[in-house]
Design a protein around this ligand. Structure first.
Ligand SMILES: NC(=O)c1ccc[n+]([C@@H]2O[C@H](COP(=O)([O-])OP(=O)(O)OC[C@H]3O[C@@H](n4cnc5c(N)ncnc54)[C@H](OP(=O)(O)O)[C@@H]3O)[C@@H](O)[C@H]2O)c1
Length: 282
């Protein structure tokens, strides 16, 4: 899996298609979508219109909670693959742990294991999972998740969970890696990382932008990150992070920005009623 990819939450219609083609032509090789984003068709179109061969692109999509359960998860995967227009998905994630219904979550993960065994997906994993969620899943399933995709940005760094992922051999992938959550969930008194003065100073010292500094910070610590943008210049900017290195002092200064406060909903309370979404069935 490439470490850096394009996220497409809230990218819709032709703008989503264009974001994917722009990113792939700029050199991205990882695209992160989900059934719940309602844009799998557009992602598939962007993939085809980019001219980049399918086998060169790492494509992630996610199973929504209303499809948890074994048979329903298999059906939902077929729907996602059909919308994307692909035979195989590179990474299939359970979108939320749904701790209040572990049995259904485990059945969904069992279905993902079946898809893996059948070669319909190349890797499986989870999102938004805590250490408890990971332990509960491990107790009843066979395949260690390849990835745990979690909210992670300078304001909310989750060091304990990152260490637990590493211990279990799971790659931590940061969602809202540059703090985009404050744009769609509200700022709640937080200063978004892109407006943080410490990050601005580090960026100025390296001749880079705040977004580039934050993305570099993720990569330098062995995490994957999937920044979203529909703005062509930003899509290019966010990939241009391989020509500089943050110093130990920079890394310590960013570590000190952790507030311990998440920007989005606590996964521990998430159920299909808490995040009420309808997935287009076809
Ligand atoms: N598993 C989950 O539950 C979960 C939850 C949330 C997100 N995700 C995934 O993670 C991806 C990223 O998270 P996110 O979309 O919440 O937040 P993000 O990537 O941290 O931030 C996206 C926001 O930042 C802006 N932006 C992008 N590059 C910029 C730059 N260089 N300078 C200034 N602003 C910039 C974007 O605006 P423009 O688009 O207007 O340029 C957008 O408003 C999502 O797209 C999705 O794929 C997963």
């Amino acid at each position: 899996m490439p470490a850096l990819g394009l996220g497409v939450l809230q990218s819709t219609g032709d703008e989503a298609v264009a974001a994917v083609t722009t990113a792939l032509r700029a050199g991205y090789r990882l695209i992160d979508t989900a059934a719940a984003y309602g844009n799998e068709r557009e992602v598939g179109r962007g993939l085809r219109e980019s001219g980049v061969p399918r086998e060169d692109v790492f494509l992630t999509t996610k199973l929504w909670m209303t499809d948890y359960g074994f048979d329903s998860a298999l059906r939902a995967f077929d729907t996602s693959a059909a919308k994307l227009g692909v035979d195989q998905v590179d990474l299939y994630l359970l979108h939320w742990p749904w701790p209040a219904d572990r049995a259904r979550t485990v059945s969904a993960y069992r279905a993902a294991e079946r898809l893996l065994a059948d070669g319909r997906v190349r890797a499986i994993g989870v999102a938004n999972s805590s250490e408890d969620d990971l332990r509960a899943l491990a107790a009843e399933t066979d395949v260690v998740p390849a990835v745990n995709q979690i909210e992670l940005h300078p304001n909310f760094q989750q060091p304990g969970l990152v260490a637990a992922d590493r211990e279990a051999g799971i790659v931590t992938q940061a969602w809202s890696p540059i703090g985009g959550v404050y744009g769609w969930a509200g700022e709640n008194g937080a200063v978004p990382p892109l407006r943080n003065e410490v990050i601005a100073e580090i960026a100025a010292a390296h001749g880079k932008t705040p977004a580039q500094v934050i993305l570099r910070w993720h990569l330098q610590q062995g995490r994957s990150a999937i920044p979203k943008s529909v703005t062509p210049a930003r899509i290019v900017e966010n990939l241009d992070v391989f020509d500089f290195a943050l110093t130990d002092g920079d890394l310590h200064a960013i570590a000190a920005l952790d507030t311990g406060q998440r920007g989005a909903v606590d996964p521990a309370i998430v159920t299909p009623e808490v995040i009420d979404l309808t997935i287009d069935p076809a």
